[in-house]
Design a protein around this ligand. Structure first.
Ligand code: TMP
Ligand code: ASP
Length: 253
């Protein structure tokens, strides 16, 4: 790790220069933060789980033709990804009311929405990632009209894929956040899914019991975050039954 040049350190991941131009090594840390890093902790094993789960979702998306930055997993905590120019937006897709939407509009958590709702937040920790409209995005040039068409299409395709895969293992996809990045291919440029897709950036509820299996467990002090993420990984077959992320790492290699 120390041999590589660090490019960026975020709250949950560190990015290093990749072995070839145009590649990056994404290292998943155990650090958990919430409420714009006001609440923080180190949750042993979280990085391993998110590395595996993000790999699982990104590989699936690549297979059905939704382009992502994922190239391959390198080890328990690292994956090789394409270098992208991140669009400075957090793209949120919601199927059920929860979190900030429930609060903002006075909706009961868990209310099914009439259709998936896509929201945009400006990626700016200092401002607390404020909600912005397409008017703001166009006026300030954070993304073009073409970008916004592509982003909407990517977001809805990710939603359909994730909701289907998760429903198959008894998990409701309440909402999630993605980030997209720009890659240049010859004279062309296109947007691809970047960052991570993991229980850190989704709301996942057990279909039967409503039990939360995502970062709200940490945000709201509802129990063990590792247990929740391990349950998601087990159901998806990402980790064999009985394996724990720290104790038996060779089993999940
Ligand atoms: P929200 O209800 O707090 O706006 O969150 C909506 C979804 O986006 C939820 O699945 C959590 C995810 N999210 C992030 O991944 N990062 C963030 O910084 C925020 C605010 C939300
Ligand atoms: N606000 C993010 C969350 O709650 C995390 C953070 O910004 O620290 O998901």
């Amino acid at each position: 790790m120390s041999r590589r040049k660090k490019i960026y350190e975020g709250k949950a991941k560190t990015l290093f220069e990749g072995p070839e131009p145009g590649t990056i090594v994404q290292y998943f840390k155990d650090d958990a933060t919430a409420f714009n890093a006001e609440k923080r902790d180190v949750i042993e094993g979280k990085g391993v789980l998110n590395n595996m789960l993000s790999e699982y979702f990104m590989v699936g998306l690549n297979m059905i033709g939704v382009p992502t930055h994922f190239i391959k997993r390198l080890n328990m905590r690292e994956q090789l990804v394409r270098a992208v120019e991140i669009v400075p937006l957090e793209i949120i897709v919601r199927n059920y009311a929860a979190g900030s939407l429930a609060k903002r509009l006075g909706l009961e958590e868990g209310t099914q929405l009439p259709r998936p709702i896509v929201e945009y937040c400006l990626k700016d920790d200092k401002l607390g990632d404020p909600l912005v409209s397409e008017e703001h995005i166009a006026a300030f040039g954070w993304a073009s009209a073409q970008d916004m068409d592509d982003i909407l299409s990517l977001a809805l395709r990710v939603n359909d894929f994730m909701a289907g895969v998760l429903y198959g293992v008894g998990i409701r996809l309440v909402d999630f956040k993605i980030e997209v990045g720009r890659v240049f291919e010859g004279d062309f440029q296109r947007l691809i899914v970047a960052d991570e897709i993991s229980p850190d950036s989704c709301r996942l509820w057990d279909v039967e019991t409503g039990q939360k299996l995502d970062k709200d467990v940490f945000r709201r002090d509802l129990g063990s975050l590792t247990d929740a993420y391990t349950e998601v990984a087990r159901r998806l077959g990402v980790m064999p039954k009985g394996a724990t992320p720290m104790a038996r790492p060779t089993l999940i290699n």
